[in-house]
Ligand binder design. Sequence first.
Ligand code: GAP
Length: 489
Amino acid sequence: MSAPSIETIVSLAKRRGFVYPSSEIYGGLGSAWDYGPLGVELANNVRQAWWRWMVYERDDIEGLDSSIILNRLVWKYSGHEQTFTDPLVDCRECNNRFRADKLHEAYRQWRNAQLRREDPDTRDEIFLTHWEGFRKNLIECPNCGKKNWTEVRPFNLMFKTHVGATAEDDPDALVYLRPETAQGIFINFNNILNTSRRKLPFGVAQIGKSFRNEVTPGNFIFRTREFEQMEMEYFVRPGEDEQIHQEWIDACNQWFVNIGISPDNLRLYEQPKAELAHYAKRTVDIHYRFFPEREEEERQWDELMGIANRTDFDLRTHSKKPEEDGKRLNPDSTEDLSYFDEQTKQRFYPYVIEPAAGVNRTVLALLMDAYTEKINDKGETRVILKLHHSMAPIKVAVLPLAKNKPEIVGMARAIKRSLQPTVRAVYDDTGGIGKLYARQDEIGTPFCVTVDHQSLEDEAVTVRDRDTWEQERVKVSDLPTYIRERLSS
Ligand code: GAP
C-alpha cells in the first residue's frame, strides 16, 4: 500500500520534520517549501545515489557544477527567450488566471469521453486544437463556472534579475535564473572535452537548483518555482542516438526501482510529436502515480523525469561555426563546439541524450511509495515509512529502556558513537519505548537498538526491525557488522 494521496504526505512531512511550508511566520510564499532535518537527509540520499550511479559506477561520465546565472546570450541561443513559455488565459468574470493548455486538455479529454459515450465509434473532436475551446467560450472557468475568456497569450517562465549596480531597466544588465541545468553543460562542452580528453560516447552530469516562474505551482513539492534537477547530457555519434536513448530510458526506469519505488507505480510515457520541446527528436517521460486518489486512471500519473533525444540542437546553436551554406546561426559565440572523431576522421556535432530528473519529485515519490499503515496489538493504526534502506534519513536509533539509569544511558550513547562513523545513527530517550518505536517507524528508520537492564550483564542489545517488528538479541561487539550487513541486504 502506498500513500492514498499527496495530502497524507504533506501532514506527515510537516509533523515529522521532512518538509515545512517556507516563510510560514510571515504567512508563507505560495508553493515554496523548506527541507527540515529529515528532508535534507532524504534529499541528500537521493542526490548521492544518483551521483554514485551516474558518475562513480561508470567510466564514461564526468561531473560539473556550473553557475545559476549565465550570460543572457545562452538563453537567447538555446531558444528559451523565444519559446520557454506557458500559454496563459484570464477569466473576464472572476479575473483568475490559468494555464490555457491544462484547462484545454482537461476539457478535450472530457468532451471526447462524452462523445464516445454517445457514439462508441466516434472519432475524437479535432476542432479543439489551438485554443478554440477558449475562443468559442466552450470551456468553463474552474473558479466561477462562467465561460468568458481573454485571448490566450504566451508567458515566459524565466525569472529575470539584473547584475551589478545598474538601473533596473538597463537591458545590458538583464539576466535570468537558469530554468534548467543543462545549458551550463553545453556551454562547457569544449572545456570538459579538453581537460578530460574524453572520446564519444561520454556524458556530463550536474545536480543543482533551477527556477521557473510557474503559473500554477502546487501539489506540495511536485511543482514549485525553485526546484532541483539531476541532469546528465550524454554525447553520442549521430546514428547511434536512437539505440543509446532507449538504453537510458530502460536504465533510468530501473534506477527508480533500485531506490525502492514500486514498478506498479511507474510507467513510461511517450511524448506525442505535438508535445515535444523545440529541440527534441523523441522524449519518453517516466511517470509516477502521484495522484492515486483520482478516479480516472489516466489522471493519476505525472512526470517524475524525462529522457530526451536533443539531437545536435544545443551544440550547434551555441557554436560560432558557419553552417554548410556559410551562414552563422550564432554570431556571438567564440567557440566551435563540433567534434573531430578520430575513428571516422569526420567532424560533426554530437547528438545528446538527456536523462533529466527532479530531486524534489523523487523525494515525493519515495515518501508516497514508502507510506504504509499497520495495526498494532492494541488495535491502533501506526504509520510505517518503508523506505529503501539506502534512502532512510536515519539508519539506526539507539534507545535506552531506562533513561534514569546512568549505566544504561552511558552504554546506549557509546553504542551510538560506535555506529556513527559508518551509518547515520541517533540516540533518543525522549519517551517510553512504544512511543519511540512508533516515531522511528514513522520516519523510516530501519533498525531500533534497545539497551535494557539485561544488556549490562550480557553485553547484548535488542535489535527491532521496522518492517516486521521482529526483535533479535545481538552481541554489542557484533553490532556494527550486523547492522552493516542488514542494511545492505
Ligand atoms: N533539461 C530538460 C528539462 O529541464 P524538464 O522535463 O523540464 O526537462 C526535468 O525537467 C525534471 O525536472 C522534471 O521531470 C521534473 O522532475 C523536474 N521539474 C521540472 N519542473 C519542475 C517544477 N516546477 N517543480 C519541481 N520539479 C520540476
